[in-house]
Design a protein around this ligand. Sequence first.
Ligand code: SF4
Length: 195
Amino acid sequence: MSQATDSLKNEILICHRCALAGSRNHVIFGEGNTDAEIFMIGEAPGREEDLLGRPFVGKSGQLLDKILDACGFNREEHVFISNIVKCRPPDNRVPTPQEAAACMPWLIRQIELVDPKIVIFLGATALKYLAGSNLRITRERGNWLLWQKRLAMPVYHPAALLRDPSLKRETWEDFKKIIYKYREVVDPHHYSAHI
Ligand code: SF4
């Protein structure tokens, strides 16, 4: 981890910019390679994440890891994962616009430091708060957007796939596009066992 990332992490870990600080066990900085070319953004930490201090470690996280594995990606090398807010909203509710706005500068600084070629919005909340409240995940998923001068793609959140497994087929089509794009802009020899 670079010195800049390390000092950003130290700042974030003591953040009290919004009310979520009052009920958290951990601030979830994020996880993965801080030089990754793919930056994934989910919604918010859940119960397991809050207890363990790591993002995407519950059932959604396990499914995300399976999808990444099918793509030939992993957290150690290819991706960095964070969320719209870094502290758990009570009862896993969706972060409010005020909470998202308070936490956004942290996320933007993280993205600037990681400097990825590809950004993935995991689900409706990330899409709404990052790209615009008029955008619908059902319409935008699988389409490349230009976001902050970076390639970005919205996909369904893994929790949505757990609720409705019929979405898995479309999601795999979206991740195939991400693999092709990774080969195009990062590594032409990137290996996936499936495509
Ligand atoms: S959610 Fe973000 S802004 Fe709110 S206290 Fe946690 S780190 Fe700070």
